[in-house]
Design a protein around this ligand. Sequence first.
Ligand SMILES: [Zn+2]
Length: 330
Amino acid sequence: MTARRFWLAFTTAAVLGATPAHAYLKFGVEVGGRTVAVRWAPGPIRYFITDREVGGVSAQAFGDAIGRASATWSGVPGLPVSFSPQGLTRSQPLEADGRSTIGFLDRPDQERVLGATTFLLDATTGALIEADVYFNTRFRWSTAAAGEVGAVDLESVALHELGHLLGLGHSAIGETELGGGGRRVLSSGAVMFPISGPSGSISDRVLQPDDVAGVRDLYGALPADDFGSVQGRVTKSGRGVYGAHVVAASLESGELVASYTLSSTGEFVIAGLRPGPYILRVEPLDDADLESFFGAANVDIDFAVTYATVIPVVQAGGATSPVTVEVRTR
Ligand SMILES: [Zn+2]
């Protein structure tokens, strides 16, 4: 039936990690000359938990943490998919067995990778066959309700990885700085930001507006009557800019939702916005994180942070007239 199968993988960089060394992001897969979004058919997403205790985290505690993270995603209004635990398995993540398997895996070779999500897709239709998630045993993990100093919060990383499993790529809403042996997160406005917060932190157990807008957009779960979008183009000397990060900040609620320009024409659309006025900020992607977003060359990062000179007002059920943001070389 299937001539070929292929894997996609997303990884999450560790606390104080450097550039995510194994990360590559695809927003879709090419099937027969067209691009198909990676997402699940409506209905339950069945998954298995590995029967393995690691560093004091029992299979039961592990499964409970995955259950809490999956319930957080399932709580997003209007999603046509849900998570359905199928119990324990002796399979390992990364085994292509038709089962979606979530568990610990020994990856001493990936010293900065906390976890990763991989997909097995039907190469002729692009349909998802399975998705596996692993958590690297190289780290100390915790499922403590209040978090644990010196350990990584399993539920927080699970929420990020399950976002990948649903088909989301990385969000660039966040800032990092280099210092003392690695890259440190200064602020993060999305669970799908690719670099984890400090150990012991449990702040990523909660979805941010960008995560919710992203998953609702991916699954067509945005009621046209309630939300709108802003669209436009990022240019430099009049020519389109590829890979620019465009952030819409609501003047009323302060919520941030972002997108990218995904072609050389520099066009962007940010969907899933509540009606109201928005400030648009265009910024280059952090060069240290480039490969975790695009994995490809040609992303233009040589321009200064620029704000749109107009304040578009999003109407429910429609898109704004196109906003052009001209940036300059920095
Ligand atoms: Zn990730």
